[in-house]
Ligand binder design. Structure first.
Ligand code: AMP
Length: 397
């Protein structure tokens, strides 16, 4: 990488920034969650402060390759302007003469938002000609859209070719990339990954990659029962993927060969129905009676997991320990979140990434007590699988 955002000379330059403003709206087109806009502010403010001109491009929703009023980036404008504390201009296109004229008229410190990139099917198609047309709007390209870093689209990856040296990560991307790196390439040890959620099948590639990267893997959530069944246990009506038993066994064998310690939840909170009102009791996870299902990790497991987490220098958390959406089965997930906060206080690096664990840590109000909460669901999962994300590779190479 040639440049970093902190040292790039933005004065008088047109900075073309790919952001992820794919935000949710209510029926009046008011933004109902502005997290993604806030996440991009630091990068925008940096360029404005340094006297550059900011040209923002993003996708919104899933238009079918042509303009659709409901997916116009125009709906983001007032929120963006409010959060930035300055007016933001808008152009009804993202390429062409209209855009060129508007960009030419910009003053240093101005901010402009272009129309939805996905109004052109060439965006998702990764079309090089289209990427070149976008590139005409900037002297420097900044990618700050981690949420789409796993897509090889025109504006997220292909465009970087037109900026052989003047391409860089925005602050959000820098933080995300560094956090992943701190976990997957950590020199501080031990490194522990806590992997939960419903299915082994959706996490298998992550688990396999982590076997080469971490010292301990804690497995919780519904996926644990496939492992217990693979080990010869009885798991009642718990979630099990019968076609993944062999895979689960192989994974445990590989872990042993590689010297990675796997921690399964030895006890479970079990219920006689998938409901918060179900009868509950505690059982050994490898001997759950028929008619019952494991919906959370038990107290012994919590204590054991806490011990492992608090002994770790670097911790990754992906996926809940139980059905945390139901209060009676949220204790394991809450305990893990609290332990992560304690570990962070004691100096460990803690990364929460990918889908439901992010929702959980936000729900428990602990997001600011861990080192980093990733903003990218799919992108984070693919990074943990060991895939070179196109949006990251395009800047680095
Ligand atoms: P995933 O999308 O694979 O990360 O899984 C997240 C979902 O797994 C959440 O909605 C949880 O409620 C669910 N989950 C976690 N533990 C269990 C369990 N023991 N049984 C059934 N579902 C679970």
């Amino acid at each position: 990488m040639s440049y970093q955002i902190d040292s790039y000379p933005f004065q008088g330059k047109r900075a073309l920034i790919r952001v992820d403003f794919n935000v949710p709206f209510n029926e009046e087109f008011q933004v109902t969650d502005d997290t993604r806009i806030r996440a991009a502010l630091k990068t925008i403010q940096k360029v404005v402060h340094d006297g550059g001109r900011v040209i923002l491009m993003s996708h919104l929703g899933r238009p079918k390759g042509g303009p659709e009023a409901k997916y116009s980036m125009r709906h983001v404008l007032s929120k963006l302007s409010e959060l930035l504390g300055k007016p933001v201009a808008f152009v009804e296109d993202c390429i062409g003469e209209k855009v060129k004229a508007a960009v030419d008229a910009m003053q240093n410190g101005d901010v402009m938002l272009l129309e939805n990139l996905r109004f052109y099917k060439e965006e998702e198609g990764g079309d090089e000609f289209f990427a070149g047309q976008l590139a005409e709007n900037g002297d420097v390209y900044i990618n700050d859209a981690f949420g789409t870093a796993h897509r090889a689209h025109a504006s997220t990856a292909v465009i970087a070719r037109f900026f052989p040296t003047d391409k860089l990560f925005g602050y959000l991307m820098e933080d995300e990339v560094q956090s992943i790196d701190r976990v997957l390439n950590s020199t501080a040890k031990p490194v522990t990954a806590i992997i939960g959620g419903s299915k082994v099948s959706s996490k298998i590639t992550i688990l396999e990659n982590l076997l080469n990267r971490v010292d301990n893997i804690i497995i919780g959530g519904g996926m644990a029962y496939t492992f217990f069944k693979a080990l010869g246990g009885t798991v009642g009506n718990s979630l099990v993927e019968d076609d993944k038993l062999e895979l689960a066994k192989e994974l445990l064998d590989k872990a042993k060969q590689k010297g990675v310690q796997i921690f399964l939840p030895e006890d479970s909170v079990i219920a006689d129905a998938f409901s918060n009102d179900a009868q509950t009791t505690t059982s050994e996870s490898r001997g759950i009676p028929s008619g019952w299902m494991g919906l959370d990790i038990g107290k012994q497991s919590i204590a054991r997991f806490e011990e492992v987490i608090l002994n770790s220098k670097v911790i990754l958390w992906n996926g809940p320990m139980g059905v945390f959406e139901m209060s009676n089965f949220s204790h394991g997930t809450i305990a893990v979140a609290n332990t992560l906060a304690s570990a962070t206080k004691s100096g460990a690096f803690t990364l929460v990434g990918g889908g439901d664990s992010v929702a959980a840590i936000n729900q428990f109000g602990l997001a600011d007590q861990v080192s980093y909460v990733s903003t990218g669901g799919g992108a984070m999962l693919e990074a943990l699988e060991g895939i070179d994300l196109p949006g990251i590779a395009a800047i680095k190479n």
